[in-house]
Design a protein around this ligand. Structure first.
Ligand code: GLU
Length: 416
C-alpha cells in the first residue's frame, strides 16, 4: 500500500534516514542499507478445487544478510506487492539487529486472498511458492516463518516441499508444528513479547498494569496472545477487533470467553456480553491508555493520529503507523514503541527454534519464555537508554541501534 505519498519501503527508509543522521552515517553506507540485496518474483499457478486455475504472484526479498542468514515471515494477502515486501524485509534487518539475534532481514509475500481457500488449495499454493524460491533459501541462507494468514501448517508444507529436494531440513523454516521440530512457546511468542515490552514500559514509568485499559486491533496470532497475556497481568481489555469489526466495553471484555470463539472460527462480534459494536476505525480512537495495533500496515495515519486517545501505542503489527502520524503522535506527547522492538518476540523465538533444530533438540516452554523475556527486556532497556541519551524517539533509537550493528558487520565483511 502507499499512503500520504510514501510507499511502505519509502516510509521505512524515512525512519532509517532519521536514525542514520543521529549516527552520522556516511552516504555509501546509507545507499547500501536503503536498498535490497536480492528480490525474486515467482509465478504461482494454483488449481482450485472447482477446477478453475488462478495465477498468483509470489515474492521473496532479502534485504541485508551481513549479520547472518536472511530471516523473515511469509504473508498471504491481496495487498502484498514488491514494495511492501521490501519494506517488511528491511524492518526484519533492523529488528534482528536490535534484538541481537544473528540473522539478516527478509520477507515473503503472495498476493492472494486466502479467505475461504481449502486446505488442499493452500497446500498446493504453498508448495508451488516453496519450489519457486527454493534456490535462494536454505538453513544457513534464508529461513522463512509465519506471518499474516500463514501458520504452523503452512510451515509444515513448506518444510516438506524443501526437504523433498534437499533432505530432511527442519531448520529451513521456523514456527513449525511441535510434531515437526517446532518449539513450545514459539506460537505465542510475538504476543507474549509485546506484553513483556508493555511490562518493561510500565515498570520504567511507574504505570500500574492492574485495571489498565488496553485496546487491541486484531485478534489473530499476535493480538489474541497479547490480549490473553495482558489480561493475565490484570490489564482491562476494553476493546478488540478482527477484520470484520470490533467490540468495546469500558468495564472490560472477558478474553477467556472471546479466545475460544475466535479459535473455533467465529468472529469477535460473536462475543456474548455487554459491549458496543464498533468499526476498526472507531476502535483505534476509543478511550484507552494503551493501544496495540496488531493487524495491518498503515492503520494509524495523518487523518486519525490526532484522535488516538492512548498514552502509549505499542506496535505489535509491522509498520502500523505512518511517518506523518508518528510526528502527530510525538507532538501530542503520545509514546510510540516501535514495531522492530515491540513485535520482535516472534523472530527472537524463531531464533531459539532454529538453534534447537540445528541441534535436533527442544527447550521446555519455561526455558524458552525465560530466554525470550531476557532478550526483550535487554532490547527495551537499550532502546530507552539510547533515546534518553540522544533525546530522540524510541523509534529513532531502535533503528539507530540496529543500523549501527548492521553497518559494523557490513564494514567488517568488506562490502565497501
Ligand atoms: N513474521 C514475524 C515478524 O514479522 C516473524 C518472522 C520470523 O520469525 O522470522 O517478525
Amino acid at each position: 500500500m502507499a499512503r500520504e505519498g510514501l510507499t511502505a519501503f519509502q516510509a521505512v527508509n524515512r525512519n532509517f534516514e532519521e536514525a542514520a543522521t543521529i549516527l552520522d552515517l556516511d552516504e555509501e553506507m546509507r545507499s547500501i542499507l536503503t536498498s535490497t540485496y536480492r528480490e525474486i518474483s515467482v509465478q504461482i499457478p494454483v488449481r482450485l478445487d472447482n477446477g478453475d486455475l488462478i495465477v498468483a504472484q509470489g515474492y521473496r526479498v532479502q534485504h541485508n544478510g551481513a549479520r547472518g542468514p536472511y530471516k523473515g515471515g511469509i504473508r498471504y494477502h491481496p495487498a502484498a506487492d514488491l514494495e511492501e515486501v521490501r519494506a517488511l524485509a528491511s524492518l526484519m534487518t533492523w529488528k534482528t539487529a536490535l534484538l541481537d539475534v544473528p540473522f539478516g532481514g527478509a520477507k515473503g509475500g503472495v498476493a492472494i486472498d486466502p479467505t475461504g481457500m481449502s486446505q488442499g488449495e493452500l497446500q498446493r499454493l504453498t508448495r508451488r511458492y516453496a519450489n519457486g524460491i527454493s534456490h535462494v533459501i536454505g538453513v544457513y541462507r534464508d529461513i522463512p516463518a509465519p506471518d499474516m494468514n500463514t501458520n504452523a501448517q503452512t510451515m509444515a508444507w513448506f518444510m516438506d516441499a524443501y526437504s523433498g529436494r534437499e533432505g530432511y531440513s527442519p531448520g529451513i523454516v521456523t514456527g513449525k508444528p511441535l510434531a515437526l521440530g517446532g518449539q513450545p512457546g514459539r506460537e505465542a511468542a510475538t504476543g507474549l513479547g509485546v506484553i513483556y515490552i508493555l511490562e518493561a514500559y510500565a515498570a520504567e514509568h511507574g504505570v500500574d498494569l492492574l485495571g489498565l485499559p488496553v485496546v487491541i486491533q486484531g485478534f489473530g496470532n499476535v493480538g489474541s496472545f497479547a490480549a490473553k497475556e495482558a489480561a493475565a497481568r490484570g490489564c482491562r481489555i476494553v476493546g478488540v477487533s478482527d477484520r470484520w469489526g470490533g467490540i468495546y466495553c469500558d468495564s472490560g471484555l472477558d478474553v477467556g470467553q472471546l479466545a475460544p470463539i475466535v479459535t473455533a472460527g467465529g468472529k469477535v462480534a460473536d462475543y456474548d456480553g455487554t459491549h458496543d459494536v464498533v468499526t476498526n476505525e472507531e476502535l483505534l480512537e476509543s478511550p484507552c491508555r494503551v493501544l496495540i495495533p496488531a493487524a495491518l500496515d498503515e492503520q494509524v495515519h495523518q487523518d486519525n493520529a490526532d484522535r488516538i486517545q492512548a498514552d502509549v501505542v505499542i506496535e505489535a503489527a509491522n509498520y502500523p503507523t505512518t511517518p506523518f502520524a508518528d510526528k502527530i503522535l510525538f507532538d501530542r506527547g503520545v509514546t510510540v514503541i516501535p514495531d522492530i522492538l515491540a513485535n520482535a518476540g516472534g523472530v527472537t523465538g524463531s531464533y531459539f527454534e532454529w538453534t534447537r533444530n540445528i541441534q535436533q533438540m527442544v527447550w521446555t516452554e519455561e526455558r524458552f519464555n525465560e530466554a525470550l523475556h531476557n532478550y526483550m527486556v535487554r532490547a527495551y532497556a537499550a532502546t530507552s537508554a539510547f533515546a534518553k541519551a540522544k533525546e530522540c524517539t524510541l523509534r529513532q533509537a531502535a533503528f539507530a541501534i540496529g543500523i549501527e550493528r548492521v553497518a559494523t558487520a557490513v564494514r567488517l565483511r568488506g562490502y565497501i
